[in-house]
Write a protein that binds this ligand. Structure first.
Ligand code: NAD
Length: 249
């Protein structure tokens, strides 16, 4: 029970890495507040997983975030997981697409952190070791890939935001790290593959960029979430932590 007694909030927990993380954290004894846009996904998660309570939350909705922060008890851990992959070069990225990606991938973390940080700092003052984890990515922020212009820019911004928060609050006992997964088999990846002109080739290319010869599963990533949200990582802050199956060797 590595997270016993902790209250954690996870965004985009309806499917993919967020959902697997909610399940893994609950199994380690945490009280998990799993949030997402899609009520159907949250319903099945709550039904399947004791220790998980769910809330509808659009991370682009500042008022909803502030209302939730007022309602909930102070958090020990916040996993800002929500994000979107825009495909294309700079020439395929108009201002609306750029703004959408920055709003969902970066500004959501600004909103969530401003809303929940004061309670987390109170917890730190009482001797707890609160932790914020922000979802970045190996692809495009750490290592460049074609057709990931807006995605790479946003995920690099997440790393900068993470380091700034880590530096500002390290002396007050609050940690902040970024997670940088390789290519993970999730519903949105499957959708990107299905949308490609040649889906079989697209899948082959995604696998080819992973030197272990396979995509990550969500269960390859969730243990690092448990570690970074828990006290075992108490001396780790300000890091962009790669779980990429060797892509960046
Ligand atoms: P996914 O994209 O399959 O699912 C995303 C979830 O986010 C969905 O449940 C959706 O309802 C929710 N969501 C979308 N917009 C939202 C909003 N405005 N507010 C709240 N929830 C919203 O999941 P995934 O592929 O595991 O991706 C999760 C995160 O991991 C993203 O930030 C993504 O960039 C990052 N990531 C994914 C991979 C990968 O290969 N899948 C690799 C590295 C990083």
């Amino acid at each position: 029970m590595r997270l016993k007694g902790k209250t954690l909030l996870i965004t985009a927990a309806g499917q993919g890495i967020g959902r697997a993380s909610a399940i893994a954290c609950a199994r380690e004894g945490a009280q998990v507040i799993a949030t997402d846009l899609q009520p159907g996904l949250l319903q099945t998660l709550a039904a399947e997983t004791p220790g998980v309570q769910t809330r509808m939350l659009d991370v682009r909705d500042a008022a909803a975030i502030e209302a939730l922060a007022r309602e909930l008890p102070a958090l020990d851990g916040l996993f800002n997981c929500a994000g979107f992959v825009h495909e294309g070069t700079i020439l395929a990225c108009d201002e609306a697409a750029w703004d959408f990606s920055f709003d969902l991938n970066v500004k959501s973390m600004y909103r969530m952190t401003r809303a929940f940080l004061p309670g987390m700092l109170d917890k730190a003052e009482q001797g707890a070791s609160p932790s914020i984890l922000n979802m970045a990515s190996m692809a495009s922020s750490i290592k460049g890939f074609p057709n990931r212009f807006a995605y790479g820019a946003t995920k690099a911004a997440v790393i900068g935001l993470t380091k700034a928060i880590a530096a500002d609050y390290v002396a007050r006992g609050l940690r902040c790290n970024a997670l940088c997964p390789g290519t993970v088999d999730t519903p949105s990846l499957r959708q990107r593959i299905a949308n490609a002109p040649d889906p079989a080739l697209a899948e082959k290319n995604f696998i080819a960029r992973q030197p272990m010869g396979r995509l990550a599963t969500v269960d390859d990533i969730a243990p690092m979430v448990v570690y970074l949200l828990g006290d075992e990582s108490r001396f780790v802050t300000g890091q962009a932590v790669l779980v990429d199956g060797g892509v960046t060797i």
